[in-house]
Design a protein around this ligand. Structure first.
Ligand SMILES: [Zn+2]
Ligand SMILES: [Zn+2]
Length: 172
């Protein structure tokens, strides 16, 4: 499907995907821009209430396909081919729970799909370990779709202030 085939739905607010943004993070932004819960968006797609929350959990490896993908593309104004850049390829093992490079977040405040690749424990760009929990209170990060304020859910430490806690990678 190409862009010409996408019939835009003007009553929905549209958000542009960011470079390397994960599908979960994008879908959360789209839902909030339109004040939609996961179950409401599921209903609009003609699906069972939990389907969007499944899509938003990267480790579940569920993603919209076929008619679902086409419908989501129409609703969001984002081409199906662009959505394909928000997922890791099917053979890639994904990490659970959610990870963060706070130094990337300073530059680009969104969740990147590369952080969830299980075999990569550090950020290539900053050569620092990825965080898997809040370094201040130890609570796990929320799913990227819930990253509304960019801070720890429990102690409110901003992601922007977590960079100093990311250990350097030893280079032998
Ligand atoms: Zn980084
Ligand atoms: Zn915390």
């Amino acid at each position: 499907m190409n862009l010409e085939e996408v019939e835009l739905q003007p009553w929905l607010f549209q958000v542009d995907p960011y470079p390397e943004e994960s599908f979960s993070h994008f879908l959360g932004r789209f839902r909030r821009a339109n004040c939609l819960s996961g179950s409401q968006l599921s209903a609009m797609l003609g699906k069972r209430p939990y389907i969007v929350s499944y899509w938003e959990a990267p480790s579940r490896r569920r993603r919209p396909e076929g008619e679902d993908l086409k419908r989501l593309s129409q609703m969001t104004g984002v081409a199906a081919s662009r959505f394909n850049l928000m997922w890791s390829s099917s053979g890639t093992e994904l990490h659970w729970p959610t990870r963060l490079c706070a130094r990337c977040y300073v530059e680009d405040p969104w969740h990147k799909l590369t952080w969830q690749i299980a075999s990569k424990h550090h950020c290539e760009k900053h050569q620092r370990r990825l965080l898997t929990v809040c370094p201040h209170c130890g609570v796990a990060f929320q799913l990227p779709s819930y990253w509304r304020n960019g801070q720890c859910d429990r102690c409110r430490l901003p992601f922007l202030e977590m960079g100093g806690y990311q250990g350097a990678i030893r280079r032998d």
